[in-house]
Ligand binder design. Sequence first.
Ligand SMILES: Nc1ncnc2c1ncn2[C@@H]1O[C@H](COP(=O)(O)OP(=O)(O)OP(=O)(O)O)[C@@H](O)[C@H]1O
Ligand SMILES: [Mg+2]
Length: 375
Amino acid sequence: MVSITESITNMFSGAHRGSSVGVDIGASSIKVVEVEKVDERAVLKNYGEIALGPRAGVSAGQATNLSPEALAEALRDIFQEAGISPRHVSFAIPFSASLLSVAELPEVGNKELESMIPLEARRYIPVPLSEVSLDWWVLPKRKAEKKNGAPTGGVPAPVSKIEVIIAAIHNEVIKKYEVIQQATRIPGEAVHFEIEIFSTLRAIVGRDLSPIMVIDIGAGSTKLALVDEGVVRGSHVVSMGGQDITLALAKSLNIPFTQAEETKCRVGTMGDEEGRDITVVAEIVLANVINEAAHFVENYERKHGTKVSKFILVGGGARLKGIEKIIEKSFSGVSVVIGDPFERLDAPAFLAPTLKDLSPNFAVAVGIALKGLEE
Ligand SMILES: Nc1ncnc2c1ncn2[C@@H]1O[C@H](COP(=O)(O)OP(=O)(O)OP(=O)(O)O)[C@@H](O)[C@H]1O
Ligand SMILES: [Mg+2]
């Protein structure tokens, strides 16, 4: 929603009223995307990425843990470099800084749910509720349940159940983002937040209603989200990401991290001798992610009597050439595709090859920028 004061500022600054900036502060880099609505189409105005490694005394591609002040400085630099004036900005909150759970509750009115949720939330949230910002929403009923009046599996439940997503973000995390926002001189009333997997979903899943697993392979962690009938129904994080492939490659070839990172990004798992080394290492490292993903997906399939037959890979780790083959061969009857969030946006044709290459890396930033257009 555009507030009256914001519209007035727009008129005086001459800035585009519809433009929205999405910011994804990842462990290894910050990604920003600016979009604008033109004739009901979302148009890419600007995008940029800045590596955080060198600002934290480690290599580009490595996970970091910088102070809000240092992150604000990096964000200011990227805004300046990309020529973005930070007005209407939305931040993606890292999955690792949030708690998401799906609770099954009796189908009661919203008022009763309101008092039930904090009690339910206490089961999942390991810190006092006063320390977190809590949000929840009821998931749309599954089609199968609507038809049968009972969950798939056949046994009629005595009381009809609903699924509720409970999301909690630690107040400390919100505070950190407020420090970044203030230090970047982003007007407070124009800021929105969203947990990153919801941004990813907006950017890549679209109208596909079949059960899909989205796998976001970041630098230090991999985020799994189960999307069914268009909404997130479950999530899981694996503490392993792209940097672990580089670290393992550096160790096995006895080369520095920067050299291993360069080789991994250039060669991938295709091709000759170098490609073979990377394939061996990538398969070992990814086996951990694949195992956890298999458990996660099997649990879901068993519980809901369904089959997840499509995986979408995003995150910088999904840019590893040939990664979809490694994942595909570990699952039967599953097609693995690389997510392309820029497909959603109109962009100049000459940028197409560059965007295609970078695309999976920008899923969160595109998704959170698109959210800003909805506000
Ligand atoms: N072309 C490429 N081939 C292989 N790996 C790549 C390529 N480009 C980037 N990566 C890897 O992607 C990882 C970074 O991904 P991404 O930018 O999604 O992480 P992040 O968002 O900073 O981290 P996180 O999501 O864990 O907070 C790094 O480990 C990097 O090595
Ligand atoms: Mg990320």
